[in-house]
Structures are given as structure tokens and as C-alpha cells.
Design a protein around this ligand. Structure first.
Ligand code: HEM
Length: 615
């Protein structure tokens, strides 16, 4: 009780609005039993729990978005017996916190489980992070972004061929989530390791090098039980179980999917070790061709001196050196950070656009105007990326990352040595030392103080901030803030520009944070944007996406329907899709749970719904 009182005094002295809570949101016993307690607590009068209970429940930032902040303040403290926890969905506070990295470092305890393969840039802080960031950032440059653009176009065309050849033209797809994951995985294989991975139906070219043949093979190579892609995909699907439960314990469970998961970890580790050896050998033989992005190759080359006999020694003449463990650790987090996030951004855009008929027609029109009769294979990064980012393609990507940010919140902490001044709601406050902070991306992305809203077309009487409206990005900007990113002192590498095109709506700083902001912003954001833009341009160049309605009507029945009947039918598919989105939850990233949203990719001109709906 005395500790509680002390925390209360600190909260009062801070000047920030606060609420008293019985425990920390991160207290493990609470997290494990909250579903038991929550219904009982809700039987009490609402004023007793409505301020503190929602932030204590799983997926608070996603489930409540801005609603709870609207009632209890855009920035508030929870006071619990063991400390203070601050939540914010306020652009000014977020911008200050992300800019002042030394005062508000990342709360890395949240990411501990991701260090199992070795220290890395995502999970470290302080001088170790600075080192990792500088060495890994070298790969994230515009030259490599251009290479990734080309590979993303190639892979997206591979995806279309995969659908056409294995499922049939215009067939209903129940695997769009899985297939976009595969797309992102193939691209991360290129980004991380310089591999050109094929789609299952594609044959390896006869002249493929031994490495690509081995790692691109659909069958497990000799000495493995899984192919490289299958090992990576299975590891990622089961990543939390594999990182939280020891392998020996999982082996004891007589359940095939668990065994497969453990096998994937084993094979993945073997593949990665072998890849490091290959990269070392290549470095010794001067075989690096400089033709692709290859983070691991770059880390090996900057870390090892290799003689022509292949003997490798860690360099001593430079600071850009990483141990084998650290190379392993960074390879792993690049896959984790860059795979599901990007796949989600593509998948979420497809399922949202399927119900935005007018937006889809505008997207087609703008793509036609921009690309003319150019083949997508021939799109040049320098000529086309920025125009695409500033068009409806960029607007769709931005809107997806606003409404469904793959990373819904970011953890920070106030340095333990000193309280930190912070302007909260226009008032000078002091965040107490050691306070844990949650920056809510899902909250600030829906904050009407920062976003120009219009009346919702879907929910009468409400604003449209919850709705997916790509056209929002063509509204006038609220802020006349200078668009260029200010110089934040030391250069930590990575892309320097803003997250959105200068020709679109410009959110004020801190209001749009799908990639976070400041020095700890996503290192891969340019790569991610390039992947998403390339995939959307390829998919929508010739195709439309529609929600499948097979569950309610056959093709013949649809053909016999008039427009009001078709509209009512399509609404059923939209309602089902919306329920699936509402049920999303976040483990490492925001993910849909339950059934896949069934989609149809139809050649333009063969649509059944989106060519006339919303006319
Ligand atoms: C749409 C796709 C993506 C989204 C939304 C996204 C989002 C984020 C966010 C919010 C963070 C900060 C996390 C925190 O502070 O807790 C982050 C960090 C990071 N991301 Fe991404 N990311 C994406 C794609 C990628 C890709 C493709 C890569 C690499 C190929 C990547 C590599 C990283 C790395 C290395 C960090 C750690 C940076 C540091 O701490 O210095 N991300 N990402």
C-alpha cells in the first residue's frame, strides 16, 4: 500500500492525468488470468473500472483504437503498486518521445524473446543498438530499394501466375493471407540473403547457381527434412511457441504440427549456418557480384577478412564488425520484422479494397494514366516509384497502414535516472523516471484532433476515421509544418524522407506512426513501401479484387440476380469480412484470426460487383 501511495504522489506531481489501477498491464499473473476476472469486474459499477480496465486487457490499442483515449484523455498514466505506465495517442507527445531517444529509450524487455538467435538491431538499446544500427543500415539504401522494387514486381507476377495455374482464372481464393505471406517471404529471401526464390509451380532456371537451386528447391535438400522456404514459413508461423517453450519439451508432445515446428527451427538454424559459410566463402573468393540486396552477405563482408583458402578472421581494422551470433540474430529479426508486417499490409489492402468499388475504379484509372502501355516488368524505380507513391496506389497503402497498422503500439521507457519534461495536451508536465510508455499507433491514427474527418458513409452520425477511405489522402493537410524531416543530429542510417508522399495529405508529426518515428523508426520502411507499392501496382494493373460470395449464392444464381439483389448479397460478404477484421489481434503483429477472407481476383472487365457498386 505504501508503494502505491508513493506512486500516486509521483503521478500527482507529474501534472499528467492519472487513474489508479490494481496492477500493471504487464504483470504476468494478470495477463494469464484476465479473461477470468474481467467479466466479474464488469459487474461492478462502471465508474469503478472503466478508466483502468480497458488498458489492462489484451489488444487494448487495437480493440479500443481512439475510443478510450477520447473519454479519458489522449495521454494518461496508470498508477499501480509497482510503478507507472503512460499511454498516449497524442501526436505532439509521440513526436517528442520518439525524437528524444536518449530520454525515452525503447523498452527492450518487451522484445527479449527475439534475442534467442543472437543480439540484433531490433531488440537492443544504448551503444549496442547504435553499433547494430550502423552496421545493418548500410544495406538500406536507394540502390538496394531499386533492386527490391524489381524483385517485388517479379515475385508479384509469380503470385498471379501461381493463382492462375494452380487455382484457375477468377477462382475463389481461401488462401490470400497465406499466399501474400509467401510473397513477402520470397522477397525477404532476396532482401536478407540475396536469394531468388521461385513459386512452387515455377521451375528453377537451368542456369540457376547451386545456392539458388538448393535454397529455392521445393523439395528438402539432402541433410534436411524441410525446404528452406518451408522451414522459414513454419518457423514464423510458430515463432512464439518456439521461442517461449524449450525444444526438448516440444519434442515430447506427440502432435505432428508441434514436431514440424521444432523441425523447422532445427532446419532453419542449419540453413542459416550454412548460408553464413557460403557468404564467407564467397567473400574469400571475391565472388560477390553486387547484383542484389543481401543483408547477410553485407554483414559478413564488413565483419570478416577471408583469405583465398576460405579461412575467415574477424576484422580488427574497423568498427563495423559483427560476430557470427550477431549476424544470425540480425538475419532472424530482419525476417521477423520484415515478413508478416509487409504481408499484412498487402493482404489488408486487398481485403479492404474489395469493398471500396469506387476507390478501386479510381485506382485502375490512375494506374492506366501513370503507366500508359508500359509493361509492369519494365517499370523503372527512379521514374515510377515516387509517382506511384503520390497516386491512389500510395493512398491505399497509407490508408491500410493507418486503419490496420501491423505494429499497433510501441514500448518506450523514461530513463531511470531522471523525470523527463513533456508537453501533454498543451501543458508542461514531467513524466516520472522509470515510467513505461505505450505509444498507440492504432489510437493516434484515429484521433480527430490530428485527422480531418468527414461524416461516415457507413455509420450514420459518426465521423469516418474508423472507415477505410483512401481518398482521405487527397484532402487538404491540416498542418503547414515543414515537410522535410529535420536533422536529428547523429545519422543512424535508413531512409530519411517522410512516410508519405509530399503530394498527398501530410499528417502532422507523431500522428501517423506505422513505422514509428525518430532514430528508432523502422529500418526497413523504404523497402516495405517499395514492396507494397510494387505488389499493388502489379495486382491492380490488370485485375480487380472482389469478395467471394460462394457461401451464399452460386455463380449461376449471381448471374440471374438484378443489381439490388447483388448489392444485398455483397453486403453479406462485407459484413463477414468486417467481423473478421474486428476479431484481429496482435501477437508480434496485427493478424486476422479465424477463417481467411475469401477473395476473387478477376480480370478487369470481368467484375460482377466492383465495376458498378457505389455508382
Ligand atoms: C509494412 C511493413 C513494416 C512495418 C509496418 C514496420 C513497422 C516497424 C515499426 C513500428 C518498428 C519500430 C518497433 C518499435 O519501436 O518497437 C520497426 C522496426 C524495425 N523494422 Fe520494420 N516494419 C515493416 C517492414 C520492415 C522490413 C521490410 C524490414 C527489413 C527488411 C524491417 C526491419 C525493421 C528493423 C530492423 C527494425 C528495428 C529498427 C531499430 O530499432 O533500429 N521492417 N518496424
Amino acid at each position: 500500500l505504501s508503494s502505491w501511495r508513493r506512486q500516486l504522489q509521483r503521478a500527482k506531481a507529474s501534472g499528467i492525468r492519472y487513474y489508479i489501477s490494481p496492477c500493471s498491464p504487464w504483470w504476468i499473473p494478470w495477463q494469464m488470468t484476465q479473461t477470468l476476472w474481467t467479466p466479474a469486474i464488469k459487474l461492478l459499477p462502471k465508474p469503478l473500472w472503466e478508466a483502468w480496465l480497458p488498458p489492462l486487457t489484451t489488444d487494448y490499442s487495437w480493440k479500443w483504437r481512439h475510443d478510450h483515449f477520447a473519454k479519458f484523455g489522449d495521454t494518461f498514466l496508470l498508477v499501480h503498486p509497482f510503478g507507472l505506465h503512460m499511454y498516449t495517442a497524442e501526436a505532439g507527445a509521440i513526436s517528442a518521445i520518439t525524437t528524444r531517444r536518449d530520454h525515452f529509450p525503447k523498452h527492450t524487455a518487451q522484445y527479449d524473446i527475439l534475442t534467442q538467435f543472437g543480439n540484433n538491431v531490433l531488440t537492443s538499446e544504448g551503444p549496442l543498438w547504435r553499433h547494430h544500427r550502423k552496421v545493418t543500415a548500410a544495406s538500406f539504401n536507394e540502390r538496394n530499394a531499386a533492386l527490391v522494387f524489381k524483385e517485388s514486381i517479379r515475385q508479384s507476377l509469380g503470385l498471379i501466375r501461381f493463382w492462375e495455374e494452380t487455382k484457375g482464372r477468377g477462382a475463389t481464393l481461401h488462401t490470400a493471407e497465406h499466399d501474400t505471406m509467401r510473397l513477402a517471404l520470397n522477397i525477404i529471401g532476396y532482401v536478407g540473403f540475396g536469394l531468388k526464390l521461385p513459386w512452387p509451380q515455377e521451375k528453377m532456371p537451368a542456369d540457376a547457381d547451386a545456392m539458388s537451386a538448393k535454397y529455392g528447391s521445393v523439395a528438402p535438400p539432402q541433410g534436411y527434412k524441410m525446404s528452406f522456404v518451408n522451414a522459414m514459413a513454419t518457423l514464423l508461423e510458430n515463432v512464439l511457441t518456439l521461442l517461449l517453450v524449450p525444444s526438448w519439451l516440444l519434442w515430447l508432445i506427440p502432435y505432428e504440427p508441434t514436431r514440424e515446428a521444432v523441425q523447422s527451427r532445427h532446419d532453419y538454424e542449419q540453413f542459416i549456418d550454412e548460408l553464413i559459410d557460403v557468404k564467407i566463402r564467397e567473400a574469400g573468393q571475391g565472388e560477390h557480384t553486387d547484383e542484389g540486396m543481401d543483408i547477410m552477405g553485407q554483414l559478413v563482408r564488413s565483419s570478416y577478412d577471408v583469405d583465398s583458402a576460405g579461412k575467415a578472421k574477424l576484422k580488427t581494422d574497423t568498427k563495423a564488425v559483427m560476430s557470427r551470433d550477431e549476424i544470425r540474430g540480425n538475419a532472424f529479426v530482419m525476417i521477423v520484422a520484415g515478413h508478416e508486417t509487409t504481408a499484412n499490409a498487402i493482404h489488408f489492402t486487398l481485403i479492404q479494397m474489395a469493398s471500396c468499388a469506387a476507390s478501386q475504379r479510381r485506382l485502375h484509372k490512375e494506374l492506366d494514366e501513370l503507366l500508359g502501355d508500359k509493361n509492369v516488368e519494365d517499370l523503372d524505380y527512379d521514374e515510377y516509384l515516387n509517382p506511384l507513391m503520390g497516386s491512389m496506389v500510395g493512398a491505399c497503402m497509407n490508408e491500410t497502414l493507418r486503419v490496420l497498422p501491423p505494429v499497433i503500439e510501441m514500448p518506450k521507457i523514461v530513463t531511470p535516472s531522471q523525470d523527463q519534461p513533456l508537453v501533454v495536451d498543451g501543458k508542461s508536465c514531467a513524466v516520472p523516471a522509470g515510467t513505461i510508455i505505450t505509444l498507440s499507433a492504432a489510437g493516434v491514427h484515429m484521433n480527430p484532433k490530428h485527422w480531418p474527418e468527414k461524416p461516415s458513409r457507413l455509420r450514420p452520425g459518426e465521423d469516418d476515421l474508423l472507415d477505410y477511405v483512401p481518398e482521405r489522402w487527397f484532402r487538404n493537410s491540416k498542418s503547414d509544418e515543414k515537410f522535410d524531416v529535420e536533422d536529428e543530429g547523429e545519422d543512424y542510417g535508413g531512409f530519411k524522407g517522410r512516410d508519405t508522399s509530399a503530394s498527398l495529405f501530410r499528417p502532422e508529426r507523431g500522428a501517423y506512426i506505422p513505422f514509428s518515428e525518430g532514430a528508432r523508426a523502422c529500418l526497413g520502411r523504404r523497402i516495405a513501401q517499395v514492396e507494397v507499392i510494387a505488389a499493388l501496382a502489379v495486382l491492380f494493373r490488370q485485375y480487380s479484387v472482389e469478395l467471394a460470395v460462394d457461401e451464399w449464392a452460386t455463380d449461376e444464381e449471381v448471374a440471374a440476380m438484378d443489381r439490388p439483389q447483388r448489392r444485398a448479397l455483397y453486403q453479406k460478404a462485407i459484413d463477414k469480412r468486417d467481423a473478421t477484421i474486428r476479431g484481429a489481434s496482435s501477437l508480434l503483429t496485427l493478424k486476422l484470426r479465424g477463417d481467411d477472407v475469401a477473395l476473387r481476383f478477376v480480370k478487369r472487365g470481368e467484375e460482377r460487383f466492383v465495376d458498378w457498386l457505389e455508382e
